[in-house]
Design a protein around this ligand. Structure first.
Ligand code: KIV
Ligand code: ZN
Length: 435
């Protein structure tokens, strides 16, 4: 896949800026089948979950949270079925979520019986609001819950050979908890599970409800990374939600603050306003010249499957994927884009420098034909462009103004967007072309 230089080229006067950039892709975990699925009106059945799972594999996601097996037999049976189906490729690891209760943890391990490798994801909430209001527990009691859960995890993993067991712990509500307390709880879990740099634990730090500007979350991640004892034995993972509309920004800043991994969903599905959108983060990297390791070269197919599985539309203005994001309605934009394509042809330039288009739509399987649509707001450059693309007819500059008036008259009269056939029709009627 092509990798473009940053668009527009970022040229800052002081070479010390920007202070940080993302230079390598993170590890990606999709929680579409868990956080995403628990947030949709009609949760996916096994057929849809398998379809979604296969799609994630095709895209190149290597860690996939497949459910909450202790939630009920449907979840448990799906996970067991998936493990036994043989559809999990060698390089893909499935993950399951569990609360920190002995029976639930044991059920979660049982659901993965026969897996080649797996991540068991333990969580409990640590912030003051949850401690006081939800559980009525002290800090010490909350820390103990995490330790007890970790002990059962270790016991289960030791008793069940044949699977490469990996552990993940989430101090749920991390972003609204006391940082030193979160670190203390994570360090206690590490003492039980004894991770090493060869076999690290994943510490996943959720902004369960996004509650501050993204730089604050990033500062929390940086502080955590600096102060966690034995940082080398941990993979620091981000799990952002989008309550303030900044889930992607928080994840990006979190990476720059030292994290290694991102959890999220395709097109930002997930609880309430959703999880961090993995598509956006990945393609933001792509447009900065970094190969994200995820393949969205046929983004329409991805959207089709995601919409079918979630029964939720991807917004027409969704970054990179939305139906309208490679269209230009205004004449000045259309003209600039046209000039950009012409310059590109002349210079055969590999850098992407088309005005108003942050990425080459072709890289996502979109066609140039879809780039310009025409309505009464379009200018003469746009009409001429459509005629040229559709009919191979290059309109002399002198004719463009007159032709544009004719097309605009039709657009006003029709009160709708015009297509290439309409424009050709106007041309034929106006200039009496014999066909
Ligand atoms: O948002 C959250 O805190 C979660 C945890 C269970 C990881 O989804
Ligand atoms: Zn979540």
């Amino acid at each position: 896949s092509r990798k473009y230089r940053p668009f527009p080229p970022i040229d800052l006067p002081d070479r010390q800026w920007p202070s940080r950039r993302i230079t390598t892709p993170p590890r990606w975990l999709s929680t579409d089948l868990r956080d995403g699925n628990q947030a949709i009106v009609d949760p996916m059945d096994a057929v849809k979950k398998n379809r979604f799972f296969d799609l994630l594999v095709e895209i190149g996601v290597k860690e996939i949270e497949v459910g909450f097996p202790s939630a009920g037999t449907t979840e448990f049976d799906f996970i067991q079925g998936l493990v036994r189906s043989g559809r999990i490729p060698e390089d893909v690891t499935v993950q399951v979520l569990t609360q920190s209760r002995e029976d639930l943890i044991r059920t979660s391990f049982a659901s993965l019986e026969g897996a080649r490798s797996a991540i068991v994801h333990l969580y409990n909430a640590v912030s003051p609001a949850w401690r006081d209001i939800v559980f009525g527990m002290s800090r010490e009691q909350v820390r103990q819950i995490a330790i007890d859960g970790a002990r059962i995890m270790r016991e289960e993993a030791e008793a069940r050979s044949g699977t490469d067991w990996n552990f993940q712990y989430s101090p749920e509500t991390f972003s609204t908890a006391e940082l030193d307390f979160s670190i203390e709880v994570c360090a206690s879990v590490m003492e039980v599970l004894k991770p090493t740099s060869e076999k690290p634990i994943i510490l996943n730090l959720p902004a369960t409800v996004e509650a501050a500007t993204p730089n604050i979350y990033a500062d929390q991640i940086e502080y955590f990374c600096r102060n966690l004892p034995d940082r080398d034995a941990a993979v620091v993972s981000l799990h952002t939600h989008n309550d303030r509309g900044t889930g992607v920004a928080a994840a990006e800043l979190g990476l720059m603050a030292g994290a290694d991994r991102i959890e999220g969903c395709l097109f930002g599905n997930g609880e309430r306003t959703g999880n961090c959108c993995l598509v956006t983060v990945a393609l933001n990297m792509y447009t900065q010249g970094i190969d994200p390791g995820l393949n969205f070269s046929d983004i329409d197919r991805v959207i089709e499957i995601v919409e079918y599985c979630n029964q939720l539309p991807v917004h027409q203005r969704h970054p990179y994927g939305g139906e309208l994001v490679y269209t230009a309605f205004s004449g000045s934009h259309q003209d600039a884009i046209k000039k950009g394509f012409a310059a590109r042809e002349r210079q055969n330039d590999d850098a992407w420098r088309i005005p108003y288009l942050p990425i080459d739509p072709a890289d996502l399987g979109r066609t140039y034909e879809a780039v310009i649509r025409v309505n009464s707001q379009s200018g003469k450059g746009g009409f001429a462009w459509v005629l040229e693309q559709d009919q191979g007819l290059k309109l002399p500059k002198r004719m463009q103004a007159d032709f544009s008036r004719q097309v605009q008259a039709l657009a006003d009269q029709a009160g709708r967007e015009l297509n290439a056939a309409d424009i050709w029709d106007v041309f034929r009627r106006t200039y009496y072309v014999q066909t």
